[in-house]
Design a protein around this ligand. Structure first.
Ligand code: ATP
Ligand code: MG
Ligand code: MG
Length: 350
């Protein structure tokens, strides 16, 4: 039994609510939008701003713990809520993951590699940082970027003015381009009592900054698979984290480089819904509710494909395909770049 609060009402909150319901746990969603995607499967929706003190009191009165499904919940709101009810993962993880500069400082501080980077607050600083790092490089806004939005590539110094215009003068970070072999991610969880479990690393393919496909098993060697899982465990321990985290890596000839962390369930973990006994959503619910973690062992190989924009418009054809398990998020309008659902294809475990 029990009730869990979730800040955010998108598809991740929807899938968390479905996993919770299966365990007899009700979810109360706090979200500002009129018709949150999670609303039709959650027990209740409180429609309010994330920082609304009245909504915090209502949520705290109803719930044993509160979690979040996206990393841009205002940290002050998470702290205010934390005074009333346990917020898991804690606001510290949120604060670090919201800003790419403290995020990379933290990762380097615990001995993990990142791309070389420089914080930039003006076009002159960008020019100096580019001269320092050399090209190619990627300029990213420090905050609020997702699906590759708020990013610009620089191949030479002549690209500085256009890149600075692309981030519209927002505080940004210039990153050296990492010549990666592949991109992988680890979805891992840490319980209230400090146990850590991880799902098998997935290999991820992006197009125009958006995740298209996750493939498990990845092409990593056994050694690099272990490196990736150990890195995720180190991050969880350093943050005294409770819940599921997504850690994105680049694999280079020299080893693994962390791209970014997401303090929540993650799109590259959707394959676990169909290929694992306990999936990432259930694992997160277990962790933040103080339950024992489950066994996330993979029983099948999996290829997860996102349905983006118009990809799901012919949903009848997708539903008729016997080889794929179809997940649709019940979102109305198919705007370009909008994640509408995903399909997972399984094959026997290799
Ligand atoms: P997400 O939706 O995963 O939060 P995001 O907007 O935060 O995306 P990133 O993950 O930083 O964006 O970048 C998106 C993609 O762009 C990466 O998965 C990778 O393919 C490419 N990319 C980003 N940074 C670099 C880099 N420094 N070197 C090489 N490729 C990069
Ligand atoms: Mg990101
Ligand atoms: Mg990313």
């Amino acid at each position: 039994g029990g009730t869990l609060g979730i800040l955010g009402g998108g598809q991740l909150a929807r899938m968390l609510s479905m996993a919770a319901a299966r365990l007899g746990i009700r979810c109360v969603i706090l979200a500002p939008e009129a018709e949150p995607c999670a609303g039709d499967v959650a027990h209740r929706v409180i429609r309010a701003d994330y920082a609304d003190p009245e909504a915090h009191r209502e949520l705290a009165a109803a719930c044993a713990a509160v979690t979040y499904e996206f990393e841009n919940v205002p940290v002050d709101a998470a702290r205010a809520l934390q005074a009333l009810v346990p917020v898991r993962p804690g606001p510290k993880a949120l604060e670090i993951a919201q800003d790419r500069v403290p995020e990379k400082d933290f990762l380097n501080g615990i001995g993990l590699s990142t791309a070389p980077y420089r914080a930039v607050d003006s076009e002159a600083e960008l020019a100096a940082a580019f001269a320092d790092l050399g090209g190619p490089a990627i300029l990213k806004t420090r905050r609020l970027g997702y699906d590759g939005k708020g990013q610009a590539r620089l191949n030479g110094p002549a690209d500085v003015p256009a890149a600075w215009a692309a981030v519209a003068g927002a505080p940004s970070v210039l990153e050296g381009f990492v010549p990666f072999r592949r991109e992988v991610s680890v979805i891992a969880a840490r319980s209230l009592t400090g146990e850590v479990v991880a799902f098998d690393p997935a290999e991820n393919v992006h197009a125009e900054g958006i995740l298209r496909t996750s493939i498990v098993p990845s092409g990593l060697t056994a050694m690099r698979r272990t490196d990736a899982v150990l890195a995720a465990g180190k991050i969880l321990q350093a943050l005294d984290y409770v819940g599921v985290i997504g850690v994105e890596f680049f694999e280079t000839a020299q080893g693994l480089v962390v791209n970014e962390i997401a303090p929540r369930v993650h799109n590259t973990g959707h394959w676990t819904l169909d290929a694992c006994l306990v999936d990432q959503f259930e694992q997160h619910v277990r962790a933040v509710c103080g339950w024992p973690l489950g066994d996330g062992a993979r029983h099948s190989d999996a290829v997860m494909s996102n349905l983006i924009g118009d990809d799901a418009s012919d949903w009848r054809a997708l539903a008729a395909d016997p080889g794929g398990r179809l997940h649709l998020y019940g979102k109305g309008e198919a705007r370009p770049g909008r994640k509408m659902g995903h399909v997972t294809r399984l094959t026997p475990r290799s």
